[in-house]
Design a protein around this ligand. Structure first.
Ligand SMILES: [Zn+2]
Length: 223
């Protein structure tokens, strides 16, 4: 299990690296694994680790500009993302695919479908392109972090699965990561809106749009 997580983390790091290079250099900044600031590519604070990130994402996730390298500030203030008040902490037992996890919830083993998005199928004999990458990316986001579930209007689908937005908290990040949106942002998920669960449709739509604009992963051949 530990080895699987290490491999998943490596794959996700690669995804971060290749995705980052596709972003234009003027709006890309860099964060470290443990710091709370974002940096320019040249900053000496990046000696041990560096992950590229869009400037707006860095600000939205609560990172502040480094005082040493003075990276660009966002054009307009971006509101800081915090996990909503109504979330439930769960233990993640297994990542099934890019949009499904098994968790322990209220003492029972439950399937959770991440809503608002759809990732390529890799179960029941299917192996769609970028499905394994989406699974590895999701596993890496959840590794060494606490998973919080946020529900929309419907708590379960017709198969009895929980329907949720997943937030990943901890791991040195100043604010929780909105996992569903990150999958969309890195071009590993399409938008899938099923009313009445539409709470974050605009945010997920803009994440997909950002991935399409830079032709990340699923959108690499988009015209
Ligand atoms: Zn710096």
């Amino acid at each position: 299990m530990r080895r699987i997580i290490v491999v998943a983390a490596l794959l996700a790091a690669l995804a971060f690296a290749s995705a980052g290079s596709a972003l234009s250099s003027d709006n890309t900044v860099y964060i470290t694994r443990t710091g709370s600031c974002y940096h320019t590519a040249e900053c000496s604070h990046l000696r041990s680790s560096a992950m590229p990130l869009a400037l707006t994402d860095a600000v939205e996730r609560g990172y502040r500009p480094c005082k040493l390298c003075k990276p660009p500030a966002p054009d307009a203030p971006v509101k800081t993302a915090t996990a909503p008040a109504e979330t439930v902490k769960v233990a993640v037992i297994r990542v099934v695919d890019g949009d499904t996890i098994k968790v322990r919830y209220e003492g029972k083993l439950e399937s959770v479908r991440l809503i608002g998005i759809d990732t390529p199928e890799i179960t029941r004999g299917k192996n769609e392109p970028f499905g394994k990458q989406a699974e590895a990316f999701l596993a890496a986001l959840l590794a060494n972090r606490t998973a919080l579930l946020e529900f929309d209007l419907e708590r379960r689908d017709r198969y009895g699965r929980l329907l949720a937005y997943v937030w990943a908290q901890g791991g040195g990040e100043p604010s929780p990561i909105f996992v569903n949106a990150q999958l969309a942002r890195w071009g590993l998920a399409q938008l899938l809106t099923i009313p009445p669960n539409v709470k974050y449709v605009e945010r997920l739509q803009s994440a997909v749009g950002a991935a399409q604009a830079t032709r990340l992963n699923l959108w690499r051949d988009i015209q």
